[in-house]
Design a protein. Structure first.
Length: 253
């Protein structure tokens, strides 16, 4: 009788110890995980700017906020879910899966740092956004036919979007030449021409960036408007600035 009693006490003690040895693991699994990241964005002008963030693998989420609203405020957020299927040479499914991403847009107000956060499931995402003042990244930007190929860099002195009225003198081949300032490289350059029956466009993208870019669009119709857009990337912090110059058509008075 005494042995049975001792055996029961030992069994209870072991069960009690096992319960407490397992509990921390369960608590750890249930706790919220924090996923951290960071990036740099530049203002689009001396007084304002916009930033867009994306997070892959995120489905539904909420509690979106910016910790420093004097620097940046959340203006819009959304998410997307998609499915994809890969077929082999015989048309049979070789692989299928799904993707999901979260997208957050912010209005930028001044230089500084803010933490953009949101919650998805048992994960809290914390993204540190470093906002920097606008910099004119253009050392040279010329388009043949515009002011005899003059350098347009001063059009971006105060903002990435130029309001200066420029025109291509005549239709034909148009050559674009771009050189960034020191410390910056070129990610892509696009020249568009909104012609009568649609839009012509030429884009040069550089997977490893470029220290300069030059290309020609054949058959540019100067009677209709166009746009040149150049995306520059800072070599050190990877922040980007996209400059944009509208081109008026000759028909525009």
């Amino acid at each position: 009788m005494k042995k049975n009693f001792i055996g029961k006490v030992v069994a209870c003690a072991l069960s009690f110890a096992l319960l407490f040895s397992v509990s921390p693991a369960v608590t750890s699994q249930a706790a919220t995980q924090t996923v951290k990241s960071s990036s740099t964005s530049y203002m689009d002008s001396k007084t304002s700017g916009n930033a867009s963030l994306s997070f892959s693998g995120v489905k539904k989420y909420n509690k979106v906020s910016s910790s420093n609203k004097n620097v940046a405020k959340v203006s819009y957020y959304s998410y997307s879910n998609g499915e994809y299927t890969l077929l082999d040479s015989n048309g049979k499914v070789s692989y299928s899966g799904s993707t999901s991403s979260a997208y957050i847009s912010l209005n930028l107000y001044k230089k500084g740092t803010t933490n953009v956060s949101f919650v998805s499931g048992n994960k809290k995402y914390l993204h540190t956004l470093n906002v920097k003042n606008y910099v004119n990244p253009v050392n040279k930007l010329s388009v043949s036919g515009i002011n005899k190929g003059a350098n347009l860099k001063n059009n971006f002195k105060n903002a990435a979007t130029s309001n200066a009225k420029v025109k291509v003198a005549k239709s034909g081949n148009v050559t674009v030449n771009v050189v960034p300032i020191s410390g910056w490289v070129i990610d892509s350059v696009t020249l568009t021409n909104s012609v009568k029956n649609g839009t012509m466009s030429v884009t040069r993208s550089f997977s490893n960036y470029a220290s300069s870019a030059k290309f020609t669009m054949a058959g540019y119709d100067a009677n209709y408007p166009g746009t040149i857009t150049v995306r520059f990337v800072n070599k050190k912090d990877k922040g980007a600035i996209s400059v944009r110059q509208s081109i008026n058509g000759l028909k525009v008075k």
